[in-house]
Design a binder for this molecule. Sequence first.
Ligand SMILES: Nc1ncnc2c1ncn2[C@@H]1O[C@H](COP(=O)(O)OP(=O)(O)O)[C@@H](O)[C@H]1O
Ligand SMILES: [Mg+2]
Length: 422
Amino acid sequence: MSSIKVNVDEGVFNKAFIPYLDCMSRIQLFYGGAASGKSVFLAQRDIIDVMKGGRNFLICRQVGRTLRGSVIQELVKVISEWGLNNLFSVNKTDGTITCNNGYQIIFAGLDDVEKLKSLTPAKGVFTDIRVEEATETERSSIKQLLKRQRGGDEKTAKRLTLSFNPIIQDHWIYKDYFSPIGWADSQKEYNTPELFILKTTYLDNRFLTKDDIHDLESETDEYFKNVYTLGLWGVLGNVIFKNWIVEDLSEMQDQFVNRRNGLDFGFSSDPAALFVSHYNKSKKTIYIFDELYERGLTNDILAGEVKRIVENDLVICDSAEPKSIAELRQHGVNARGAKKGKDSVDHGIQWLQQQKIIIDTKCINTQNEFRQYKWKEDSRGNAMRIPVDFNNHLIDAGRYAYEADMVNVSIGGKAKVGNYIQ
Ligand SMILES: Nc1ncnc2c1ncn2[C@@H]1O[C@H](COP(=O)(O)OP(=O)(O)O)[C@@H](O)[C@H]1O
Ligand SMILES: [Mg+2]
């Protein structure tokens, strides 16, 4: 038996998504505000389609390890809530969900190129590829996935589905898919055989609690309200860093001997963030050539990851967590606490603004933070000299990394060096 009869009550879905259960457009973009129900709907659709048979799914995120805590869990939840446990076998370690009909959903990180290449479903091909939080990915990774779907059975439609928040209009996803069709931000839907776009917001999700809704509606920052509450493409006014560019630095790694590394701790809501760079002091140029940006890492696993990337190089860490620093040291990381001190944020920002910063193409999270880091605004939209304390984990790590270089450098402005050395 390859097709299982599927009979799902409409009440399990959010209405906005129901018309697209059978959408077969080649590229599908489900985007919009936070908590609009995108991920849950796509998980529901995956389960239905795999049961119908004839379709296999490859589900990706940029960092493989983040799949288990997020997307895999969402699919497993749909299976158990719909009472389908007897029809599926779930192997969380390998990242595979196999339906009794032989069709599969397989999970992989785009960071594991070798695994990705070797993955094939037990029968047939990956008709569907889905990428969650697609703004974390590079254009080239997505093009590679599209290429991968070429050939095979021509009768079965292939789909590539991306879901994401519209973090910034400079993003390649906007340039490649929204600009060419003249997308207007007031639009909700675009639907052709080649490209499908659906914008949803929290208003489309009737399963949210009053508290969830209150949180979203009480957002006061204009940028965050636009992006995460209203699902509009982010446009930044008062960005802090404009002195950076993106380049492919992969061929230059051997020259990167003057390392500056920094680490900001995080676990559940904030990620642990490792900033890895080379400093050309005479040219005042910072080359950021690697990063780690991940939630849910215990200190022993974090230590392993940090060592893999920086080996024995010094890593300046957030001194607010001395216990974590001690644990990293026990695991062989050459970790040291940052000195910080009064005005160190202000001073650090000013110093970084005076460097030339080059970010490697693969460091997507670093790019996203540099793109979005902005000054707080007053009610008239004027910049105040206070950075918005959000999405600044890698940037904080970068300040720690360069702490010693900033000392004794007089940079004028509000922050005084004397305030900085405590
Ligand atoms: N169809 C649904 N049934 C039950 N709860 C849902 C459904 N869709 C969304 N939710 C609830 O809303 C939350 C946010 O939905 P989610 O799909 O994660 O949003 P998004 O991916 O758009 O940020 C989920 O964690 C879940 O609690
Ligand atoms: Mg989601």
